[in-house]
Structures are given as C-alpha cells and as structure tokens.
Design a protein around this ligand. Structure first.
Ligand code: NAP
Length: 473
C-alpha cells in the first residue's frame, strides 16, 4: 500500500493467484478502515499544494508517467497476464490503452477553461471557474485492471484532485506497479494513495462516511454500484459509476453475415467474455442466420484456449472457479430451456489446464427470453444467438433490458445504421465496429449501467466543480 508517499512494509497480507495455473503470483498488504483513513488524511493534506500547481506542471508529470508506462509495456503486460489471465497480446493492448489515458489527460489538464458571461446589468460581470472537487475515493475491478486505474487516475490528477484507490482483490499487483510508475514520474507524496484489501467493504464505507472525500468513482458490478450510490446520496457526494452491461449485437438483413460473424467471434471472446461491453445477446435476421452461425462456429472452434503466457493462446482462463460455475450454470439453464449447443459447453478437458479456471468457447443458438443468459450478464465465453424477423421488434427487444452500456449493429445501409444508432438506448453503439472505445472517446452507460463518462472531453468534468463569480463593478 502507498500512503502519503510511503510504501507499507509491515502487516497482514493476502495471496494473489494466477487463474491459469492456480500458482501464487505474489502477495499484497491487507488494508482496512484504518489504512483507508490514513490514506484519506494524506490525500487531504496534499490537496492544497497539488491543486495549486499549474496545469502545465501536472501535465508534465502525466506525460512522464505515460513515457515510463510505454517503456515498461512488456514487463507490465507479463505481470497483467500472470495476475489476470488474459493472453499476452491482449495484455499489451490493454497496457497501451492504459498509457493512452495518461497522455490524453496530460493534454486535457491544460484545457480546463472557464467562461466570461454577459450580464443583464451594465454594472455586473460573471465569471465561471472550474475547480478540482477535492479528495477522490476510487474503486476498480479485475477485468481490465490497469486501464481502469488510469481512466480514473489520469483525469483526477489532471484536474488537480488527490486520490485514494482500492484495486480489486484479484489484481492488486498491477496496481502496485502502476503506482510505482506514477511515483517515479514525480507525483508528489500523498497525491496518490493505494489501499489494497481482501475485504472491500470497510474501504467503501470509509469513502462514504469521511467528509473529506468529495467524490467517489467506481467501476464494477451494478449491485455494488447501487449500494455506493445510495451512500453517496445520503452524504451528498459526487459519484460516477461504470457498471455492468448486457449488450445486444444485431446483424441486420442487409449486413454481410460473414463479416458480422468475424466481428462477433472477435469481440465476444475478448478477455474470455469478461468485459462490460461484451455482447450478451446476438440478434441475427433470420435470412442471415445460417451463414452467420456456420462462420461463427468455424471461427470459434478454432480458438486456442490456454495459458495467456503462451503466444499461441487466443482465449485465457476466467478469473476464478466461481466465474466458471456461473457460466456453466447459464449454459445448462439455456440447454434445459431448449437452446441448441453448437460448440463448447463444458470446462476445458485439456490435462495441462486442470488447475486453471478454463471454460471452452461456447455458442448457443435458439436462445429465448426464458433463459437466464437472456437477462443476466454472462461475463464468460458464451455467444447466445437469437433469430429475429422485424426491425421494430429487434430494436424493442434490444432495449428491453435494465442495462444500457454498449450495443453493436451490422448493416450495409447508411439509413439503417442511423436509425439503429438513434433508437438504441445505450451509452455506446458500435456500427460495423467491435471496438468503439479510445482514450479520446467518452465511455459510459445509462440506466443500470451507471452514470458519468470516462475518457474523452467529458472525462475530466467528473473531477471538476463549477463555480460562478458575480462581480459588481
Ligand atoms: P465487483 O464485485 O463489483 O467489484 C468491483 C470492485 O468493487 C472491486 O474492487 C471489489 O473489491 C469492490 N467491491 C466489492 N464489494 C464492495 C463493497 N461492498 N464496498 C466497496 N467496494 C466493493 O465487480 P467485479 O466482479 O470485480 O467486476 C465485474 C463487473 O464490473 C461487471 O459487472 C462488469 O460489467 C463491470 N465493469 C464495468 C465497466 C464499465 O466501464 N462499465 C468496466 C469493467 C467492468 P474486491 O475485488 O475485493 O471484491
């Protein structure tokens, strides 16, 4: 843990395991309420001088952190794969994505502008100033454990906030490595604080109850996000929430089904399906169904499941055995309710993988609303396919979910693309595009998928208060 510029070297620890092998990768200190309170004190003491720095100085430090992260990309990616399981190639991509947020917000730091407004009175002037909110309490998940850190640290630091961050229990090591880089880049003592913990509840409680924390930023499940939002309401704190999703993936009758199946195979099995924007329901126009399923099955059957450290691996393990059980249960339930299993549908039988949390890439056809998978976030390597006949019906079905994070549409018609883009009630829509994300783009959802945006021009706004000055002259 990093508190007030000092790394803890004493106290109880918890172990971190490689989900591909079950081997212990390392340990992290087990923090609780006392460490969180100390970290909040450090962040609070550091706030006046950090927020008083010029934006240019803060940008320079973020630029340096970006350079260090890119320089150490390979070493970070190796650690990420061992701790989280994703294939090395994906770990390198995620590490670059993480670095991109540092670069983007280094630039955005210098673009926090105010406003001079006209007044109805001749003897009055208005000035609008944007100031950092203060101490931020952040909580991040394990599925994208380095990019979710910098997506919060980048804008918070750029805006002039100080921060306490708790990473997921499964992935504290990559957080430690990231904080070391920021410290080496010149972030002053107390500005960034890291509390690792096996029990997250006391940390969240302290963020809510300590009056010095003015903003909470959370990425994780909808259940925990709602609990934090209730607490933030009670204590009147700002909050932004990046939560779960249940993305529709629609293949229209005018789409190329082969191209759409290629996209579906790539995006569904990315990070072993453990992504908030992973397609959960694939709606395919009945006329395109057969070629789509044939191509998807061909591609998915060829995916290589294995240890992410092996360069040949296309699909890594799930994060733990509980995640495997959840996926197996959804598949069983779907088959019991009439789904057709086209491939996969079981734990990996490869003898080399028995100690890891592996599940075979799976395709289910004939999925219907009576199945768990139709409404529950899967977070695993299962493509669930549903045939549809009518545009209006499929838009209604796609929108019929409590979630509102990402949606995907394949079409070769500009007017169909525009119609779906406007009608789908999701924060992000990929049109013939399976990766509608970048540091420069606003990421976030509506409804049960959360509130607020990360990245883009909007990302820094979450860490700024607006102040109005009225000047009588
Ligand atoms: P999670 O169980 O909600 O955990 C997320 C973080 O919250 C972890 O650091 C966790 O700590 C912590 N946490 C859990 N209970 C808490 C409590 N009572 N008080 C304070 N903190 C608490 O979610 P997850 O399984 O790690 O992540 C998967 C979810 O995140 C999925 O639903 C996914 O869709 C969502 N996600 C969303 C986005 C997005 O941008 N919208 C991005 C990535 C993931 P522990 O690890 O110690 O339990």
């Amino acid at each position: 843990m990093l508190i007030g510029g000092h790394w803890h070297d004493d106290g109880p620890k918890f172990a971190v395991f490689n989900p591909a092998t079950g081997d212990r990768v390392g340990d992290a200190f087990d923090g609780g309420a006392a460490e969180t309170a100390a970290a909040i004190s450090a962040a609070s003491s550091a706030f006046p001088s950090w927020s008083g720095q010029t934006a240019f100085k803060r940008a320079e430090i973020l630029h340096q952190a970006y350079r260090l992260m890119v320089e150490r990309k390979e070493e970070l990616a190796q650690l990420l794969t061992q701790e989280q399981g994703k294939p090395l190639r994906a770990a390198r991509v995620e590490t670059q994505y993480a670095a991109d947020f540092l670069l983007w917000f280094a630039e955005q730091a210098k673009r926090v502008y105010g406003d001079i407004l006209p007044s109805p009175r001749v003897d009055q002037r208005f000035m609008v100033l944007r100031q950092p909110v203060g101490v931020v309490g952040a909580i991040t998940p394990w599925n994208y454990p380095i990019s979710m850190l910098t997506r919060k640290l980048g804008p918070a630091l750029a805006a002039g906030c100080t921060i306490v961050l708790k990473p997921a229990e499964a992935t504290p090591l990559i957080a430690i490595a990231t904080f070391r880089i920021l410290q080496e880049a010149g972030v002053p003592d107390g500005v960034i604080n890291l509390v690792t913990a096996s029990d997250p509840a006391p940390v969240g409680k302290m963020y809510l109850e300590d009056k010095r924390v003015r903003k909470i930023t959370f990425t994780g499940s909808t259940a925990v996000g709602k609990m934090l939002a209730r607490g933030a309401g009670e204590h009147m704190k700002r909050i932004s929430l990046e939560l779960g999703g249940h993305a529709p993936f629609i293949v229209c009758k005018d789409a190329d089904p082969i191209y759409a199946a290629k996209g579906a195979a790539a995006v569904k099995f990315l990070n072993t399906g453990q992504a908030c924007i992973s397609p959960n329901r694939m709606y395919v126009h009945r006329s395109a169904l057969q070629p789509f399923l044939t191509e998807l099955t061909n591609r998915v059957s060829r995916l290589t499941v294995g240890n992410g450290l092996d360069e040949k691996t296309g699909v890594g393990p799930l994060i733990n055995n509980a995640a495997v059980d959840k996926v197996a249960n959804q598949v069983r339930d779907a088959v019991d309710h009439g789904a057709e299993l086209l491939c996969g549908g079981e734990r990996s039988s490869n003898a080399e993988l028995v100690n890891g949390s592996f599940y075979e890439p799976t395709i289910l056809a004939n999925v219907n609303p009576d199945m768990l998978i139709y409404t529950e976030e899967t977070f695993g390597p299962v493509a669930a396919v549903i045939a549809y006949d009518d545009d209006d019906d499929v838009i209604a079905m796609a929108n019929d979910t409590a979630y509102g994070l990402a949606a995907y549409v394949y079409t070769n018609s500009l007017s169909t693309a525009m119609r779906y883009f406007e009608a789908l009630r999701f924060g992000i829509v990929g049109i013939n595009d399976i990766n509608p994300t970048a540091a420069a783009a606003p990421f976030g959802g509506i409804k049960d998928s959360g509130m607020g945006r990360e990245g883009g021009r909007e990302g820094i706004d979450e860490y700024l208060d607006t102040k109005l000055g009225g000047f009588s002259i």
